[in-house]
Design a protein around this ligand. Structure first.
Ligand code: NAP
Length: 287
């Protein structure tokens, strides 16, 4: 039987409906969630991503403020601007669009953003919190994957999970978040010997490598849940994930499509983090 298709667009839409209610409740208390987006330089892909985030904010009622800064900006100027935004009560989330120009010290940028406004979840405090269970904001893409699994009533506890990809923004936090939910997790990366030896054991396989067709049917177990985080542009301009969707969907029990699976959830979780930040700030202000 072909796999059930996990519809990320449907869950994103349902969650965004709930956000409107939360934003109205904040509005009644005189609070509008505010997101500052810093776009440095003129990378066209970054401009597209920022455009999507701004549009998604507007659709639910989050005030977003995009600041386009020149690629030539100095570290000191950029850090200074972040410090100002940290102190601005109208701003609940600060997002610095990655990648940054080579001369910018990314680690310092991410650590300068207040952990309380770090809606991307990249600050060391929030990264460390993934290990200890005290994170304020989880990184949006893996957080979206967890929400998809919950929405589909896919059990995580005690399951064998294999995460293919070990980046700081997807693979590693994904593994930690699933471990925190009592899965048994293996992490694979480019130097893993015999990837299939691991993937075949997975009850839940999460793939975030950025390699088209990396996962083919022989590599998965019958009935596995397959989450494809990959977004790859093919020479013909089409978008594809890391999984051979046609083949794998004949063997998996559930699978995310690309596009329409994990992608819509990433921006949705950014909205969730921003609203939650406004709710936290308001609750602190009241006490
Ligand atoms: P990244 O920083 O390039 O990391 C890729 C990871 O995959 C690395 O850990 C790398 O291993 C591993 N890898 C590469 N080739 C591999 C192979 N042949 N076998 C096993 N592992 C391999 O990428 P990323 O930022 O994590 O993104 C991964 C993919 O997800 C990309 O396609 C990206 O566009 C997509 N993405 C999607 C969303 C979304 O919203 N859907 C969000 C973010 C990213 P090493 O560590 O050994 O180099």
């Amino acid at each position: 039987m072909p796999a059930r298709i996990i519809d990320g667009r449907a869950l994103a839409k349902a969650m965004r409906g709930g956000f409107v209610t939360r934003i109205e409740a904040l509005g009644a208390e005189g609070v509008t969630p505010g997101l500052a987006v810093l776009l440095i330089g003129d990378d066209p892909a970054s401009a597209v991503y920022v455009g999507r985030k701004v549009k998604a904010c507007a659709a639910v009622g989050i005030a977003s403020f995009t600041e386009r800064l020149p690629a030539s900006i100095s570290n000191a100027e950029l850090l200074g601007r972040i410090v100002e935004l940290n102190a601005d009560p109208a701003i609940h989330g600060i997002l610095v669009q990655l990648p940054l120009p080579a001369h910018i010290d990314m680690a310092r940028v991410l650590e300068t953003i207040s952990a309380d406004k770090d809606v991307d979840g990249f600050h060391l405090y929030n990264v460390g919190g993934l290990v200890t269970g005290t994170t304020v904001f989880s990184p949006c893409t893996p957080y979206g994957v967890v929400k998809l699994l919950e929405y589909e009533n896919i059990p995580i506890e005690g399951q064998n999970v294999v995460v293919v990809g070990a980046s700081n923004i997807v693979g590693k936090p994904m593994a930690l978040m699933l471990m925190a939910r009592d899965a048994t997790v293996s992490i694979c990366h480019a130097k893993t010997r015999d990837l299939a030896q691991y993937t075949i054991l997975a009850d839940i396989l999460v793939v975030a490598a950025g390699v088209p067709r990396l996962i083919v049917p022989q590599m998965i177990k019958h009935g596995a849940v397959v989450i494809d985080v990959g977004i790859n542009r093919l020479p013909d301009g089409s978008i594809t994930g890391d999984v051979d969707f046609e083949g794998v969907s004949q063997k998996a029990s559930a699978i995310t499509p690309v596009p329409g699976g994990v992608g819509p959830m990433t921006v949705t979780m950014l909205l969730d983090n921003t609203i939650r930040s406004a709710e936290r700030a308001h609750a602190l202000h009241r006490h």
